[in-house]
Design a protein around this ligand. Structure first.
Ligand SMILES: Cc1ncc(COP(=O)(O)O)c(C=O)c1O
Length: 435
């Protein structure tokens, strides 16, 4: 039995089955956009630990900052005896958050926790209870975050009842025939059928749906939500957990729409692989909860904060926003070229380096091909590439290559995708011909 197989057997025996697992590839070491398994096999990493590694595996700046912090101290609890590195990172995030209104921050440990805290803060500020999220959106696996998530299987099935007063509206997706006006009309209907706007505390939205399929919220939709929230005193929460930190060509994706969020969530690539999340928002709203109402034992770990400062320095010094645009053009260009040849590629879309390819049967947007998507992630892994799928129907390939990856690695990974897709669709054509 190989070492990977042996570890997989032990993994399956040790972990509950609810903890998903894509590949039986046990990592020994990783650098930038490559990793090596326990059997010495090399992989290109187009997953980035699910959008955590915009600055790549073990960026030298992150590694050095963490080593320095480990020499000093690793934990005291930010709520007991605080430390400068956390204050400095909070100040940086406040400065980076879009819009002129004075801001404040809190640190927590995971993305879901950041989402939970946004709802707590919005409710404390408004004195209202309702929350509106969008179908297909993903906001995490804790109870309120799960309730806000707009996908039943596998995230919500069997886990109810959920917190009350959560409503979903359709996300505008042109490719699936849902226009911006359709989504705005649905919100209007929600206000008529289910809850009056005066009882809504918050609307939460991802500027580009992550887990839901990399659908990009049109700027005019986010602008309309901003106006709607202003009109009714609703807190607009922008979930930047997957889109943040240069991924889309701006520090935060919401900047493409030119609006100022009331609250923003940040996590994933914030700290280059160390568990750290934040809520950053308008000071007046952030200060609504009473002292002690927010926080957590590990919230704002000094090691993670040191990593976070190094990540931001790397993004700024290495112009990773511009690099995201270049990577996006390279990838989307190559995939669009491939789409001309392969009818299974229904749509290629990207905002910067947040790139997706939707796989369908015979170019029909309404015929998702989840089987082909699954087969593709499996086949590319056999060829040495870690690749993720997503989407409400499991038929979208998402590309989250580190922004520090050289063009040669990006091209090599794309080559593997193209070869595997030609192979798999060729086999499908032959199988159909033989049937
Ligand atoms: C947009 C978005 N929100 C929230 C979360 C939850 O983050 P975490 O898994 O760190 O709890 C995720 C994770 O994928 C996400 O993509």
């Amino acid at each position: 039995m190989s070492r990977n197989e042996d570890l997989q057997k032990r993994r399956d025996a040790a972990f509950a089955r609810g903890l998903g697992n894509q590949l039986a590839v046990y990592v020994e070491r990783a650098r930038n956009a490559e990793l090596w398994d326990v059997e010495g096999r090399r992989y290109i990493d187009f997953a980035g630990g699910i959008a955590v590694l915009n600055t790549g595996h073990l960026h030298p700046k992150v590694q050095a900052a963490v080593a320095r912090q480990l020499d000093a101290f690793s934990h005291t609890c930010l709520m007991i005896t605080p430390y400068a590195v956390a204050v400095e990172l909070a100040e940086k995030l406040i400065r980076l958050a879009p819009g002129p209104t004075p801001k404040k921050a809190i640190f927590v440990t995971t993305g879901a926790e950041a989402v939970e805290n946004c709802i707590k803060i919005a409710r404390a500020h408004t004195g209202r209870s309702g929350v509106i999220a969008f179908g297909g959106g993903f906001h995490g696996r804790t109870f309120m975050a799960m309730a806000l998530t707009g996908k039943v299987a596998p995230y919500k099935a069997g886990f109810g009842p959920f917190p009350a007063e959560v409503y979903h509206a359709p996300f505008p997706i042109a490719y699936h025939g849902v226009s911006v006006q359709d989504s705005l009309d649905a919100l209007d209907h929600l206000f008529k059928y289910d809850i009056e706007p005066a009882r809504v505390a918050a609307i939460i939205i991802e500027p580009v749906m992550g887990e839901g399929g990399f659908y990009i919220a049109p700027p005019e939709f986010l602008q309309a939500l901003r106006r709607l929230c202003d009109e009714h005193g609703i807190v607009l929460v922008i979930d930047e957990i997957q889109t943040g930190f240069a991924r889309t060509g701006r520090m935060f994706a919401v900047e493409h729409a030119g609006i100022e969020p009331d609250l923003m969530t940040m996590a994933k690539s914030l700290a280059g692989g160390f568990p750290l999340a934040a809520v950053v928002g308008k000071a007046e709203i952030m200060d609504a909860p009473a002292p002690g109402g927010l926080g957590g034992t590990y919230a704002g770990s000094p090691i993670a904060c040191a990593a976070g400062l190094a990540v931001i320095e790397a993004i700024e010094q290495e112009n990773l926003c511009a690099r995201a645009v270049a990577i996006g053009e390279l990838m989307a260009g190559a995939l669009r070229e491939l789409a001309r040849e392969i009818p299974a590629i229904g749509e290629v879309r990207n905002l910067g380096a947040m790139v997706a390819m939707e796989l369908v049967k015979n170019r029909d947007p309404h015929a998702p091909d989840a089987d082909l998507t699954r087969a593709l992630t499996k086949r590319v892994a056999e060829k040495g590439l870690v690749l993720l799928s997503c989407g409400l129907y499991g038929n979208v390939i998402r590309f989250l290559v580190p922004l520090t990856a050289p063009d040669a690695i990006v091209r090599e990974g794309l080559g593997i995708v193209a070869d595997a897709l030609r192979e798999l669709t060729g086999i499908a054509v032959k199988a159909a011909a033989n049937a």
